[in-house]
Design a binder for this molecule. Sequence first.
Ligand code: RUB
Length: 306
Amino acid sequence: MSDIIKQTAEKIRRLEVQGATSVATAAIKAVEEHARHSKARNKDAFLREFVKAKRILSKSRETEPLMRNVLRRIEYSIEKSKKQEPVELVSIVSSISRAFLKKLQKSTEQIAEIGSNRVRSSSIILTHCHSSTVTSILRRAKEKGIDFEVMCTETRPLFQGRITARELLEAGIKTTIIVDSAVRFFMNSIDFVLVGADAITSEGNIINKIGTSVVALIAHEARTPFYVASELLKFDPSTIYGEYEAIEERDGKEIWKNAPKGINIRNPVFEVTRRNFIHGIICEEGVIPPHSVTEIVNRKYPWITE
Ligand code: RUB
């Protein structure tokens, strides 16, 4: 397998690339480069190579349907193509990869525009973890001249909240950071919660960084609106057929490096937030109720369930 696939998978596994959109973007760029350097002599060999690359990338992080959906779609385009020559297949991979990259960028811009309309002057927004979709909404709101504040959780154990805080500060947004366990303390002064998503299930539940559902519960108790900003391609089609989205569990050392011998450490990194706690999913189609997600995905991306 070419170095670019192994290196990209390793960067994703180590979280040098983090967040669902960045993970999918890195994977798309990797398969495109991989295809360009392919030495396959016929279509079968080319496809075998692609499937192997897809498997390595998909395994790098389990809870990333956006990456899986896009790679599966590229594989499908190779498979269904009437072209047989590897050089022709390379250009198919290139054009569909570029189209997906453009599409992801466009969706982020659309979500930024729609989401920023929810930001009111003087409001305080709480976010958890680091989501490029969330920060694009907040940056757009700032560009529109809206004066608001953001409160970020640290997001233990790997402190992705600090990435969010830095980005927002650089954008000139007034930013406060709190420990994860201080969410209840501040919730009554929050106007709305805004988080990203790694996966959306057929029931309209979302999967995001561990701690998200606690924030959602606290928001629910305080009657604070809770929004999720997500590209619809994070929908996991296998959940329609009853499968559960796999939840990645990482090394306990991320929580406690020199922990005493014999201690049991659990480190799930994502969790499900039920749709009952979600006011709306801010996606490229607008602000949608979570229960209508399957219908909207089917209409917009019918190929996703193929
Ligand atoms: C990141 C995380 C983000 C989503 C959405 O977790 O949970 O909220 O991936 O991100 P990790 P985006 O740091 O473990 O990857 O909006 O950028 O797709």
